[in-house]
Design a protein around this ligand. Structure first.
Ligand code: ARG
Length: 559
């Protein structure tokens, strides 16, 4: 529900079109203190145009703003402040939400344009780390939010399945590995080999050289190396898929780095044609102003991460003609993405303007980055499993007769872990704490899920039916719920513009708090106003459910 829009429309008329609606919409503020009103329009910019004091202008505008949804319009200190007519607005908001169902808050700003989202993108033969969880859940939420804004999202899992590290792994496997161990617990064993390789290489630098040679063989298509690589990849994917299944996440493409192996020569040719390639210490690089050069080919002719990303960007533009292309990747790669975009710009691809690196902070353990090389990671699957077990214990205590216990435990357990990540602004570093991730009270996913389930239960107990009774909301206690709920479309828009799912997470927390207060202060079921109150409950249920959905979190009806 957009009262800002209506306010802006009225202002356009009063100002005889001196300012555009969009301009006005952006100028409208919410007053710092509630006593001042629900919306405020500052007149300071108009002072120059009209050569009058802002206060005079506000005084002239105020009496001309007339509509049933505003109870009072006043001029104070250079602002036109409006007070919404709470009953009128409440009734409108609730009716609109109920008639629109899940569509409340849907926008058309994307108008069918494709947004590709590069997310998750873990590295084969390594554990699925907490950092990849961040990329997965932030990326998935951004895909859902884009879709809500009218875009068509394409989720791409750019698997790290190519590069020198596979050469190293192949060398390590030949030296110290065996088939049986890898089959038994692939990721653990492959990680152990990787860690051992780095440990041994500290004393024996020839190992690194052997690793590079093995990767060269891989890129040149050597049968046996290829075979081993494919095996490692398949086994790792099986493990990753377990996590995606728990989280309920799917991808439209899982073409990883290896997919671009036969598409890189074309990139190198294009760079040559445009005279962008230069030799530097035997390697091929593109020089970029004010930034370190971007390495395209190593001395031995092997390609790099950047070469594959250039091929991937070109391929994605060709395949999807994206409007936007988001890369949800940790902020340690910020410089890298700057280089990548610069190279594409130099190549003359103006579509690089639609590409955005969406960075996020690190997960720290005791204030330090967790590193796979030293074997210090936390296994995500274990964290998720622990959360699910804990949720199940909770259900056994509170609601042992619940029909679909396992399913609900999965929804609540993963909901806790996902929400824990998304409620923080993505740029914040997060100190890893299993205890925090598994917390179900306070500002958590399960708290919101629980509030949603409480609303569902009220609707069941009260026998709510959509067309029963008049939906005129007269409770003054309902206002904090309504005024929170009605800004949902605005929250969706801002979270899209800033690529910031935490806005939606904070919103569902605020709405849950407001609703639980309402629930504690009025009788919903034993009241003559049961039907109007239940319609409010129904609208809260719909908005909480939709908000959680945008975060990639399910909302069980009972828990
Ligand atoms: N596999 C990489 C890593 O774990 C992330 C890949 C991100 N996507 C990309 N197109 N570069 O660091």
């Amino acid at each position: 529900m957009n009262f800002t829009n209506q306010f802006a429309e009225l202002l356009v008329e009063v100002l005889n079109g001196d300012l555009e609606k969009e301009e006005i919409r952006l100028m409208i503020e919410s007053p710092k203190r509630k006593e001042l009103g629900d919306m405020a329009f500052p007149c300071f910019e108009l002072a120059k145009l009209y050569r009058k004091s802002p206060n005079r202008i506000a005084q002239e505008i105020a009496p001309k703003i007339q509509t049933a949804i505003f109870e009072e319009v006043v001029a104070v200190g250079g602002y036109v402040n409006v007070f919404l007519n709470k009953q009128e607005v409440s009734t409108k908001v609730v009716n609109q939400i109920i008639s629109q169902k899940g569509e409340f808050g849907s926008l058309e700003i994307g108008k069918g344009g494709v947004v590709t989202i590069d997310l998750s993108s873990p590295n084969i033969a390594k554990p699925f780390a907490m950092g990849h969880l961040r990329s997965t859940v932030i990326g998935n939420a951004l895909a859902l939010i884009s879709e809500k804004c009218g875009y068509q999202p394409i989720r791409i899992n750019h698997l790290g399945d190519w590069g020198t590290q596979f050469g190293k792994l192949i060398v390590a496997y030949h030296k110290w590995g065996n088939e049986e161990d890898v089959r038994k617990d692939p990721i653990k064993e492959l990680l152990a080999l990787y860690v051992k390789f780095h440990h041994e290489a500290e004393n024996d630098p020839t190992l690194n050289e052997q690793g590079r040679e093995a990767f060269k063989k891989l890129e040149d298509g050597d049968q046996e190396t290829r075979h081993l690589w494919k095996w490692f990849r398949d086994e790792s994917l099986k493990e990753f898929n377990k996590i995606y299944e728990l989280l309920g996440i799917h991808f439209d493409s899982s073409d990883g780095e290896a997919f671009y192996n036969d598409k890189m020569e074309h990139v190198v040719e294009l760079l040559e044609q445009k005279k962008l390639l230069e030799e530097s210490e035997g390697a091929q690089v593109v020089q970029i102003e004010d930034l370190p050069p971007c390495l395209i080919k190593k001395r031995d002719g092997t390609t790099l991460y950047a070469t594959r990303d250039l091929a991937a960007a070109i391929h994605r533009q060709k395949t999807y003609q994206f409007k936007k292309s988001l890369y949800v990747v940790g902020n340690e790669q910020t410089l890298y993405f700057k280089q990548l975009l610069k190279v594409l710009e130099k190549m003359g691809f103006d579509w690089h303007e639609g590409m955005v690196h969406v960075p996020f902070g690190m997960i720290l353990k005791d204030g330090k980055k967790m590193s796979t090389r030293k074997g210090k990671t936390v296994l995500l699957e274990e964290v998720l499993q622990e959360a699910i077990d804990l949720a199940e214990q909770g259900i056994m205590k509170k609601n042992p007769n619940l029909a679909s216990k396992n399913e609900v435990a999965r929804q609540v357990g993963t909901g806790a872990v996902v929400f824990h990540d998304l409620k923080n602004h993505r740029m914040n570093d997060i100190e890893f704490s299993l205890e925090d991730m598994l917390r179900f009270e306070g500002e958590t996913g399960p708290y919101v899920q629980y509030t949603h389930a409480r609303a569902c239960s009220l609707l069941r107990k009260g026998g709510y039916q959509e067309n029963l009774g008049e939906k005129k909301i007269v409770d003054p206690e309902a206002w904090p719920v309504i005024s929170t709920m009605m800004i949902f479309p605005h929250i969706v828009e801002r979270s899209m513009n800033e690529y910031d799912p935490s806005k939606v997470a904070k919103f569902v927390i605020e709405l849950s708090k407001a609703f639980n207060k309402y629930y504690a202060s009025v009788k919903i079921l034993d009241s003559s106003m049961i039907h109007t109150r239940l319609s409010l409950v129904c609208s809260v249920k719909l908005v909480l459910r939709e908000g959680l959905r945008l975060l990639g979190i399910e909302a069980p009806e009972e828990m």
